[in-house]
Design a binder for this molecule. Sequence first.
Ligand code: ATP
Length: 373
Amino acid sequence: MEIQLQNLTKKFPNRNRKHPGDVTAVNEFNFTIPDGQLIGLLGPSGCGKSTTLNLICGLEKPTSGKIFFGGEDVTGVEPEHRGVGMVFQNYALYPHLTVRKNIMFPLENLKGKDRLSKEEMEKRVLDAAKMVSLEELLDRKPRELSGGQQQRVAIARALVKMPRVLLLDEPLSNLDARLRLQTREEIRRIQRETKITTIFVTHDQEEALSISDLIVVMKEGILQQIGKPQEVYDQPANLFVAKFLGTPPINVFSGKVTDGQVKIGEETVLLADLPDQEVTVGIRPEGFVVDEDGTFSCALKGIEVLGRDISIVASHPAAENASIRAIVGSTRLNQDMAQAVFFSLKTDKVFLFDAKDGSRIETVLKRPAGKRS
Ligand SMILES: Nc1ncnc2c1ncn2[C@@H]1O[C@H](COP(=O)(O)OP(=O)(O)OP(=O)(O)O)[C@@H](O)[C@H]1O
């Protein structure tokens, strides 16, 4: 089921007397989620992720704007008639009921013409349990399950009504690191098998990048970028998106363009055909190449061997953070440890942003001649 959000806005009254005025949790959202995809909705705490989900499932009514499911306007449709399954972070299971009864619960509450026969309910429960590989555990109580298994019961309970859309609000945040990894693979598998359009909310960028077909990055209620994970990583729309995606994070420097030279401090690190201006330069950790002929020098602070790669910690006076981090292949670092390390830069791993508003300046970057030439 394709989901389309059209000028979707949600304002809440602000209870803060010192700063009165509405809080705009979701601000003029316009985007379409294609049928059958897994979407990662990503952004820092308070950016409006949960509100977006609540609007899609109907628990909140928009202040303005519309929601369409497969072309049908569902903005005024009650939550129970939208065909949406939802799994929350606190997926409260009923402790006194078996897994079977927990999964069956939403079906037992169907009313009128939606009511199902006992046999139909049993069949649906078994189908949902199979989808999440729980069919062996149907007679257990929740306390006899691991955290990951409990989470799968919550997903089965959302799937049993055969929803058109599945919404998962931080479904992994109560699980430990190993289970998180396992359960997110499981969610990916279930989504591929059921082909239900699924929106997955997380503030963990790595989680979103690893399992989503598309990611939607939000900040303060405003959509920043929507795209395939790799596209958004490789072509961030602005400094916020560039900083939000990637571990270790992108290194940020204040710089300038003078006579077609991109300068950080007094060093020309790249060339760009742009008018003179102040810029913010973002360099991904993998964008550095240790190069004795390189024009960008940083003070070396330390080296960590990461197995295949080497992580170099260095500092530069124009860097936003005290230390910068470069990930390089296992090159010989035959430079004096206590001294400067010289880098050249990979042009596709460097981005220029407007120094004032952080928007990306699209341009072709070129490497300058080495310092010895
Ligand atoms: N019922 C409400 N009344 C007033 N303000 C609200 C209400 N619900 C959310 N907000 C505000 O709207 C903004 C977005 O909240 P929301 O819960 O959607 O963010 P979020 O991205 O899901 O955050 P988190 O990751 O912390 O769950 C926040 O500023 C929040 O304080």
